[in-house]
Design a protein around this ligand. Structure first.
Ligand code: ASP
Ligand code: MG
Length: 388
């Protein structure tokens, strides 16, 4: 039995919390499991390091920023090892260099390429609890890199997959995935079971429980993810796995939403039947690093609507107006504008596939409440209906 346990910044905020976490990991080992622990930096350390660097200059070198940010996790892992050893258990801390964990070269936004497991396995075979830095790696220049903010979950998933772990436990400061944002819906409650697909849909879309790239590596190996609250360990948490006990399970598992979204519509009678309009829209947006989270095109083909973040909306209009300048001049396509400050909501559940009438109920409810839907999309996977 091998368990990877990941603890977030608030779970290791100070020495008292670190002792608490150490105790939990030791109990896991005593229950007969090998234990690999992945940690975030203590509390708000990473924010603090960024703020300090910005006092020197607005635009610090990205390489040097990663050199700096990688220190946060080295502090928490070494203090954890010191604590465990003091508690009479053998433990060792390792950073990205020592393992090593190879990533792409992009500083502050690296992706994992490959991780060597030899060193971790050797330490586990020596009966040690192995404590690994989250959030960091090394690139092909042998320089430190970091993942996107919150990326320690992703490190834990990569390690769990590489070691063929039996479970990945993510210990955080919330009870798990909720049916909706509790700040908006006071009756929201914790969802006890989700499939990998449902969890991916929810965390791609506003639910900030785990870092989105976390799910894929473990899903691939069919390793369950168990989300638990460090501050409420008795709570059931959320289990994410392949097969969720189906019969009683509900068609809709959760609702998530993001504000600050804009809808951009490319429309014009001159688009009908013309091949390559969508290709040009997505090529122009991709070239400028703009990510699109919703697309909808009706079969008449005279308009394509795309959902983007408010922050990307002006640039998106600019590049699209440039891309289609000729067509706009000829009157084939209308000048492209963004409708800003909209909310995008998604309802998610794998059992929607087998349940007719969900969309009818959804749009009926919105209609009765005087909410008009500007655009909507449902993929053929039928696990998510999103609307603006
Ligand atoms: N310490 C990093 C951050 O605050 C990584 C993490 O916490 O997952 O973003
Ligand atoms: Mg953090």
């Amino acid at each position: 039995m091998l368990t990877v346990m990941k603890f977030g910044g608030s779970s290791v905020a100070d020495l008292a919390h670190i002792r608490n976490v150490a105790q939990r990991c030791i109990e896991k080992q005593q229950a007969g499991s090998q234990v690999v622990v992945v940690l975030s930096a203590m509390g708000k350390t990473t924010d603090g390091l960024i703020a300090t660097a910005k006092q020197i200059t607005e635009k610090p070198s990205r390489r040097e920023m990663d050199m700096l940010l990688a220190t946060g996790e080295q502090v928490s892992v070494s203090l954890m090892a010191i604590t465990m050893i003091q508690m009479g258990v053998s433990a060792v801390s390792l950073n990205a260099w020592q393992i090593p964990m190879h990533t792409t070269s992009d500083y502050q936004n690296a992706r994992f390429k490959r991780i060597d497991t030899e060193r971790i396995r050797k330490e586990l075979d020596d009966n040690k609890i192995v404590i690994v830095t989250g959030f960091q790696g090394i690139n092909r220049y042998d320089d430190m890199t970091t993942l996107g903010r919150g990326g320690s979950d992703y490190t834990a998933a990569i390690i769990a997959a590489a070691l063929d772990a039996d479970a990945l436990e993510i210990w955080t400061d919330v009870d798990g995935f909720m049916t909706a944002d509790p700040r908006v819906i006071s009756t929201a409650y914790t969802i006890n079971e989700l499939s990998y697909v449902e969890a991916t849909e929810l965390c791609n879309f506003g639910a900030k429980v785990v870092y989105p790239p976390t799910i894929y590596p473990v899903c691939h190996k069919n390793i369950p993810i168990i989300i638990k609250n460090t501050f409420n360990p008795e709570g059931a948490g959320t289990v994410i796995k392949q097969e969720v006990s189906s019969p009683q399970s509900k068609a809709i598992k959760g609702i998530s939403s993001i504000n600050d979204t804009s809808l951009i519509t490319v429309q014009g009678l001159g688009m009908v039947g013309v091949i390559g309009v969508n290709y040009r829209i997505f090529k122009a947006l991709a070239k400028n690093g703009i990510s699109v989270f919703l697309v909808s095109q009706a079969s008449s083909e005279n308009s394509t609507s795309i959902g983007v973040r408010n922050a990307d909306a002006d640039l998106a209009c600019e590049v699209l107006n440039e891309e289609f300048a000729k067509e706009i001049e000829m009157g084939e396509i209308s000048p492209i504008q963004a409708e800003k400050d909209l909310a995008t909501v998604a309802i998610v559940g794998e059992n929607m596939k087998h349940t007719p009438g969900i969309a009818g109920k959804l749009f009926g409810t919105l209609g009765r409440n005087g909410i008009s839907v500007i655009a909507c999309a449902q993929g053929a996977s039928e696990t998510n209906i999103s609307f603006v």
